[in-house]
Unconditional design. Sequence first.
Length: 194
Amino acid sequence: MSAHPNPSVLAFAGDRLLAQGSLGEVLPTVHAAVGAGEAVLVLDAVSGKVIDLDLRGTAADALARLAPAPEPEKRGPGRPRLGVTAREVTLLPRHWDWLSAQSGGASVALRKLVEGALKEAEGPDRARAAKDATYRLMTTLAGDRPGYEEATRMLFAGDWTAFDAAVADWPADVRTAVLALAEPGWRNGLGRPA
């Protein structure tokens, strides 16, 4: 199951979208459908991964099992109240010299460098993650459908017109889910072309 206690999910019974929303909101619908004999897939709406649920007992029992176990309090170096943790960093002496000369010291300089790198990579990283998630979702929901192989090639090639055409004949709920998950991947995460 996803590490987040209440991720956004999609629940499919075959080609039909049963429910979507937080896991806590969707679980009762999934529980009832499985109880009625339907085969249901629950997928993380961000990563495209299948989520395994323990549906034994009542829906309330299954919901209770979703609550995360409390984490033991961690003690150690750093500023835990701020979310800061101490870890070892190995650098060359000239790197340490440069960091020490920076305003605020080595820790502040390293945080600024990391934040800058995160912002710079945000679009490409988001696009790559969206393509990977879309591929997982497509494989799960449409891996045996006509156009799947072409859609996969066009997804990773970034040919969105051909991608749209490849998924055009898929069932509406499957197509909608795939296109929604692929959206951040359009043009390197900068939005879908008009």
